[in-house]
Design a protein around this ligand. Structure first.
Ligand code: GDP
Length: 199
């Protein structure tokens, strides 16, 4: 798959914008500021295709990028930003409910968490959304460059326990800043696309 061939397709703000065509979707989610845009940009070797946010939590949109005309990268709206109004929170929940309601198009869920801290309540909720679909998922433990070696294993274990992940769910220690384990994540994405035969 040629990762340089990227086309921004659309930004969906409501249910009618959600794409249900036959192409597999690789879905990225994470709380605001966890580095979701940075992870996507790193994978695609772009500086700013997914916008690195100055104002977290302001954009409740699902962004679709078509990769090499084969698969979508789906950038779900960030969550958990404290200053977001209640109405906006409601809009987020509704959009997620609609997105996950028919999950046949999801080839891989990529949940990005902050490796420095235990997952938040919102992270736990998001993990439940993914688990409820039964789709393959991986956890990206981002900002691993900020951890001491001695902290890494313990923090990964806390993530597995808190999100109640089964052993088959891989947790990838990752740094969007340094590119750490980018090839491992790309491998998981390629595998999911090759093995995808739904819809
Ligand atoms: P988003 O809101 O989840 O899309 O997060 P952004 O991609 O906008 O990143 C939020 C902040 O975290 C920015 O200042 C990034 O430079 C920084 N950041 C993202 N990933 C990493 C990482 O792996 N390591 C470090 N040290 N900083 C990161």
């Amino acid at each position: 798959m040629n990762l340089h061939n990227v086309e921004f397709i659309k930004s969906a703000a409501a249910a009618q914008g959600i794409i249900y065509d036959a192409k597999p979707q690789i879905v990225f989610s994470g709380k605001s500021n966890v580095g979701k845009s940075s992870v996507i940009n790193k994978l695609l070797n772009r500086k700013n295709i997914a916008r690195v946010s100055g104002t977290p939590g302001k954009t409740i949109h699902i962004n679709y990028f078509l990769i090499d005309k084969i698969a979508y990268f789906v950038d779900l709206p960030g969550y958990g930003y404290a200053k977001v109004a209640k109405t906006e929170r409601g809009r987020w929940s509704q959009l997620m409910e609609t997105y996950f309601y028919d999950a046949r198009h999801i080839a891989l869920g990529i949940m990005i968490v902050d490796s420095r801290h235990p997952p938040t309540k919102d992270d736990i909720t998001m993990a439940k959304w993914f688990k409820s679909t039964g789709c393959d998922m991986v956890i990206v433990a981002n900002k691993i460059d900020k951890l001491k070696n001695s902290e890494k294993d313990k923090n990964i274990e806390v993530i597995r326990d808190t999100l109640e992940l089964s052993d088959v769910v891989e947790i990838i220690p990752f740094s969007a800043e340094k590119g750490t384990n980018k090839e491992i994540l790309l491998g998981a994405i390629e595998k999911a696309i090759k093995g995808w035969d739904n819809v």
